[in-house]
Ligand binder design. Structure first.
Ligand code: NAG
Ligand code: NAG
Length: 412
């Protein structure tokens, strides 16, 4: 009886495949036949195939595995041993339900899906907005890195102040790079399958979307923040979680720059989807809510056009999200980032801070309203806290940060 439950579910998808695939793979008839003869023969073949499929299904579970498999993403599918356990629990009357598939995080961040499969799996969205179960919104921290995470010890202290139910970690590194974190670390086995991502190149946006898609596979993730290996959190975890999960808007920097580095990078090929006056610019370090994150991974309208037309000196990672979200969802983004950078030194790149920079006074400035925190609004009200993260911090800043974090940043 129990195996029938699994059988019926499998038949629905696989049975269809079995009936439709054999016809084309049948060897062609050896001799040319008259169409009149061909039709009854084809009918017979279809009937025979159907009969064989039914026989195969009746023979039992082991037969299904030889039938073509539906490519259910393994992060979403329940491993077979666990599935059996769940079904037994169901039969016993007190167990897990099929709903679990939509409520539970995949066990590991790693998988073997292609990008195409991944984006598809991540693009699902429930059309009923209310969750019929207890769901605590999580913040997904998505680390876009080249390889090492020199500030990981600082982040580990930051996460040590968090309930494990409230966050998840994803790391995108150069392909082939393997992180070696101990099981107790929040970075343990959180690497996702990656591709080379070059700064300024469209591959950088692909990597951002890949991170988003991986994080979307956990149905508990509600807010998605992109950080780099040189980012540091400026406040304790509860402050960050509260700030992001209570915000009515996502934090994506977007402004209209009329100059050569703004509208000057607009490409006529992007019309009519995007007109020149709709062109926006912003730093790549975004924060998105779940609804917008799904929109981004599912975007087949703007993304291919940007990939084709926005090539250097048009930098996709500075224009794609700000522009598309300003066109499609202007009321749902705050037009500002929650990641602070120092552009005051001028030039094409923001300042990088070294060991000598990290002093009490500097961290105080970063966290004081009206100083480097600047002025901003939050849910329509003037706010004291505008930035939750700051960059760019060199590896040498780790020691002074670890020392000063408990007093100046509220964690560690
Ligand atoms: C992916 O992994 C599953 C097992 O986890 C395996 O059955 C399947 O063949 C793999 N697919 C590819 C394309 O490697
Ligand atoms: C963000 O900018 C858009 C125009 O691109 C505007 O419609 C929207 O009101 C702005 N949002 C905020 C929070 O200022």
């Amino acid at each position: 009886m129990i195996s029938m439950v699994g059988g019926v579910a499998a038949v629905d998808g696989n049975g269809k495949d079995a009936a439709s695939y054999p016809a084309p793979t049948r060897p062609p008839p050896p001799l040319p036949m008259k169409p009149k003869l061909l039709r009854p023969l084809l009918l017979l073949a279809v009937l025979a195939t159907g009969f064989l499929a039914v026989v195969a299904l009746l023979l039992g579970g082991s037969t299904y595995s030889v039938l073509p498999r539906l490519s259910v993403p393994d992060a979403l599918s329940v491993p077979s041993s666990r599935q059996r356990a769940a079904q037994q629990a169901c039969a016993g009357g007190g167990g897990k339900s099929p709903l679990e598939r939509w409520t539970r995080a995949p066990a590991s961040a790693w998988h073997n899906m292609t990008d195409e499969e991944l984006l598809w799996a991540a693009s699902w969205r429930p059309r009923i907005g209310r969750y019929p179960f207890r769901r605590v919104p999580k913040v997904a921290f998505m680390f876009l890195t080249r390889g090492p995470l020199p500030l990981a010890p600082l982040w580990e202290r930051f996460f040590a102040g968090a309930d494990k139910e409230l966050f998840s970690v994803y790391v995108h590194a150069t392909p082939g790079y393997r992180h070696d974190f101990p099981p107790a670390s929040p970075f343990y086995r959180r690497q996702v399958p990656s591709q080379v991502a070059r700064w300024g190149d469209t591959s950088m946006c692909d990597a951002e979307r890949r991170l988003l898609a991986n994080a979307l596979l956990d149905p508990g993730n509600e807010r998605f923040v992109l950080v780099s290996e040189s980012c540091v959190p400026l406040y304790a975890f509860p402050v960050v979680h509260h700030y992001l999960t209570r915000s009515h808007q996502s934090f994506v920097g977007a402004f209209d720059d009329p100059g050569p580095h703004g509208r000057g990078r607009y490409r006529a090929g992007l019309a009519p989807e995007v007109r020149r006056e709709q062109w926006r610019k912003g730093a790549q370090w975004f924060e998105l809510d779940r609804a917008l994150a799904v929109d981004v991974v599912a975007d087949e309208r703007y993304y291919p056009k940007f990939r084709k037309h926005c090539r250097p000196p048009c930098y996709m990672d500075e224009h794609y999200l700000p522009t598309v979200l300003s066109v499609e969802a202007p009321g749902r983004i705050a037009n500002r980032s929650v990641t602070w950078v120092d552009w005051s030194r001028g030039g094409a790149h923001p300042a990088t801070f070294g060991e000598a920079d990290v002093k009490e006074a500097f961290l105080k400035r970063l966290t004081t309203p009206g100083k480097d925190q600047g002025t901003c609004t939050y849910n329509g009200q003037p706010a004291d806290v505008c930035f939750l993260f700051a960059r760019k911090f060199a590896p040498s800043t780790l020691q002074p940060l670890l020392t000063l974090a408990p007093k100046m940043l509220g964690y560690g």
